[in-house]
Design a protein around this ligand. Structure first.
Ligand SMILES: *Cc1c(COP(=O)(O)O)cnc(C)c1O
Length: 386
C-alpha cells in the first residue's frame, strides 16, 4: 500500500476542480484523503453515547481499508484502549504501533500453532470453539502463563462462537484451568433492523450467560447495535463501520461524520453529438450533444462495476452522471451539467465527498458501505489529514 504524507497545502478544496502544477500525486489516477480527526471525533461521539459502557474500536481489514497503522494510534490518543482485528497476523502488525496497555483482541481466535505469537505480541484470542479453548488452555498451562481470553457465544447468528449448550462445559474447562474470560461476547445478526425480533432474543441469550460467568463483562453491540439503544450497550461496544463514517442508523440520517474524500483524475475530454455510444458493449448512449470526460478510476480501484449507469461523479454539488459501463481503470462522465470554463485533462472530479458518500455509492452499486471502504484501492495516492 502506498502511504504518502504531507503536502497539506495541496489538498483540493471541496467542489473545486483541482489543478496541481506539480507534486507527488501527479502520476496517480485517484487521490484519497483520510481524515483522522473525523475518525477520532466519531469514536468520541460513540464513546459519549454509550457511557458508562466502554467503546472499543474494530480495526480489522486494515481499519476497513483506511489504514490501521494510522487509524489505531489516532484512536489510542483519543482514549481507546481495546482494539479488535480478525487475524493473529493483523494483531502482530498492529502491536508495532500500539503501546502495551492497548488490548488487541483477535476475533477469529488463534489458529493451531499461533499461540506463541499471541503470547509474544500480547494478543488476546477470542475462544470460539472447543478446539480453540483446549489448545489455549494447553498452551498457557504448559508455559505457566496467566493470559486474558475472550469467549464468544453464538446467540443466533450461526457464524462464530460456542453453542449455548456448551456453556457449562466452557465454564468448567476454564475453571479447572484456574482461568476465566475477561469478556463474554456475541454478535447480532440483524442489528441494522431495529424491528427484527432476533435482536432481543440474542440479547436475552447473552444475558442468561451471567449465571455461569457472574463477574464477567459482556459485549454484544457493533456499530448498528449501539443505535438499538442503551439496553444493547452492556459493558463494551465494538464499533467499526460507524467510526469510518458508514451510517449505523439504518434509514435515519447519518449521525457520523464522513471520513474520506476521493477524487478521480480526468485523462481526456471530448465533444460528442447526441446518440454517441460509449464504453464496453456500447452500453452507454448520449441523449444530447455534450462533453465527455474519461476519468482514471475503475472497478480495479473499488469503483464497483455494478454501479455502471447509476453512479455519478460530482463537481461540488453538480452531479455528473456516468455514461456506460465502469471499466477496470476508468469511467466516462457526462460534463453537460457544468457551466463555466471547460475542464481539461489533469483536473480532478469528486467521486466520494459531501454530495455523494460511501453509502450513496454503495446503494448505486447494490452493496453496503463496508464493501466500498474495504475495496478502496491501494493504487490511490493517499493522504492523511487531522
Ligand atoms: C466486524 C465486527 C464488528 C464491527 O462491526 P461494525 O458493524 O463494522 O461496527 C464487531 N464485532 C464483530 C464480531 C465483528 O466481526
Amino acid at each position: 500500500m502506498s502511504l504518502q504524507r504531507g503536502i497539506m497545502g495541496g489538498l483540493p478544496r471541496a467542489g473545486a476542480a483541482y489543478r496541481r502544477a506539480s507534486g507527488d500525486a501527479d502520476g496517480y489516477g485517484g487521490l484519497l484523503t483520510i481524515d483522522l480527526g473525523a475518525i477520532a471525533r466519531n469514536w468520541r461521539r460513540l464513546s459519549a453515547r454509550v457511557a458508562p459502557a466502554r467503546a472499543s474500536a474494530v480495526v480489522k481489514a486494515d481499519a476497513y481499508g483506511l489504514g490501521a497503522h494510522e487509524v489505531a494510534p489516532t484512536l489510542y490518543r483519543a482514549g481507546c484502549r481495546a482494539f479488535f482485528v480478525a487475524h493473529v497476523e493483523e494483531g502482530i502488525k498492529l502491536r508495532a504501533v500500539l503501546p502495551r496497555d492497548a488490548e488487541i483482541i483477535i476475533l477469529h481466535g488463534a489458529p493451531a500453532r499461533s499461540e506463541p505469537d499471541c503470547d509474544a505480541y500480547q494478543l488476546t484470542p477470542v475462544l470460539n470453539c472447543m478446539e480453540q479453548l483446549t489448545a489455549w488452555i494447553r498452551f498457557t498451562s504448559a508455559n505457566g502463563l496467566k493470559r486474558r481470553c475472550v469467549v464468544q457465544f453464538d446467540t443466533g447468528m450461526t457464524r462464530f462462537g460456542f453453542d449455548l449448550s456448551e456453556a457449562s462445559s466452557v465454564a468448567a474447562a476454564l475453571g479447572m484451568a484456574g482461568s476465566r474470560p475477561s469478556l463474554v461476547m456475541s454478535h447480532l445478526a440483524c442489528a441494522d433492523d431495529p424491528s427484527a425480533a432476533s435482536n432481543a432474543v440474542q440479547r436475552e441469550r447473552l444475558l442468561d450467560l451471567r449465571k455461569l460467568f457472574p463477574d464477567t463483562e459482556l459485549s454484544l453491540a457493533a456499530s448498528s447495535g449501539i443505535f438499538l439503544g442503551p439496553d444493547y450497550h452492556l459493558d463494551l461496544v465494538r464499533p467499526g463501520a460507524a467510526l469510518y463514517g458508514v451510517n449505523p442508523a439504518g434509514t435515519d440520517p447519518n449521525p457520523m461524520e464522513s471520513t474520506i474524500r476521493l477524487w478521480g483524475r480526468i485523462m481526456q475530454v471530448r465533444e460528442v453529438p447526441a446518440g454517441t455510444e460509449v464504453g464496453y458493449g456500447l452500453a452507454g448512449r448520449t441523449k444530447a450533444a455534450t462533453r465527455l470526460a474519461t476519468v482514471a478510476v475503475g472497478y480495479a480501484d473499488g469503483f464497483f462495476r455494478s454501479a455502471s449507469g447509476r453512479a455519478s461523479a460530482w463537481l461540488g454539488s453538480k452531479r455528473l452522471p456516468l455514461v456506460g459501463r465502469v471499466s477496470m481503470d476508468s469511467i466516462v462522465v457526462d460534463l453537460a451539467a457544468l457551466p463555466g470554463p471547460p475542464l481539461v485533462p489533469g483536473d480532478l472530479l469528486d467521486l466520494l465527498g459531501d454530495a455523494y458518500g460511501v453509502d450513496d455509492l454503495a446503494a448505486d452499486a447494490g452493496t453496503i458501505g463496508y464493501e466500498i471502504l474495504t475495496g478502496l484501492s491501494s493504487r490511490y495516492w493517499r493522504e492523511y489529514v487531522e
